[in-house]
Design a protein around this ligand. Sequence first.
Ligand code: GRG
Length: 300
Amino acid sequence: MNVEPNRSFDLRAYLSIRRARIDATLESYLALEEPRALYEAMRYSLLAGGKRLRPILCLAACELAGARAEIALPTACAIEMIHTMSLIHDDLPAMDDGDYRRGRLTNHKMHGEALAILAGDSLLAHSFELIARRTVGVPAQRTLAVIAELGRAAGPRGLAGGQVEDLAHEGKYGVGVDVLEDIHTRKTGALLEAAVLSGAILGGADALTTARLRRYAQRLGLAFQIVDDILDLTSTCEAVGKNVGKDASARKATYPSVLGLAESRRHVEMLIEHAMSDLACFGDRATPLVALAASLAQSL
Ligand code: GRG
């Protein structure tokens, strides 16, 4: 079924309210402690802005499932910590070797490699502690299911495994779309999917709702990484707040390098259309998630 975004919904205002709530909560969850240098390095990247897409998805999925967004706030913030860890590690010299991220110097450029690695490790560990300690008002089984979902997304079947595959294919010719899809699904899609699923689990979604949200998130996650690949070719460091053109110089396998720009854009549009259709049966309850998907296609 074709789904049109609700034109009276003000996505910009919605995002800005949600971002402010997430930013304030992140700040309150990570006060400066000892060792000060470590906390400073963690806060440097975590509180540097960022679109906060994953926590926003988590809260929206929780509401779609019929619960208050507030109960998913600790998990949403924990997901942003896991995401920030992955950005810090991704930028390290042993990986993508980036100089800029979120509009400022990368963590290791500012704090040194050792602290950057430890700041990433600490954010990852802290995220799970946060979920276990701060989640209230939901049955403990749901919290456990969320921890399992996020552990899977961060590990060898998700972020870490996807990154290994990504690095292994650098500089290789003839990488097929199926391989590329697998890398993107793990490296980027897994955490987006886990963000949506965690919100749904905490909100008490039934099996059908969970299945539809999972498909939506998988399509959105893949589209998101293809857009990221396209912007690496077509955008500027000022516009995206991080180095661009790195995929081509590292001869990375990306959708634009395998399919070309025009076909990659068509692929994004198709994925987004299907992602929006996945939510058609939820009507107005899906308005924010539909609008978020539509805005991704418009960002090209
Ligand atoms: C150590 C367990 C462990 C895992 C780390 C480094 C790594 C393994 C994975 C890399 C994952 C990665 C950085 C994928 C790219 C995903 C992506 C498109 C990031 C950009 O996300 P945005 O645009 O960034 O949401 P902001 O800054 O807005 O949050």
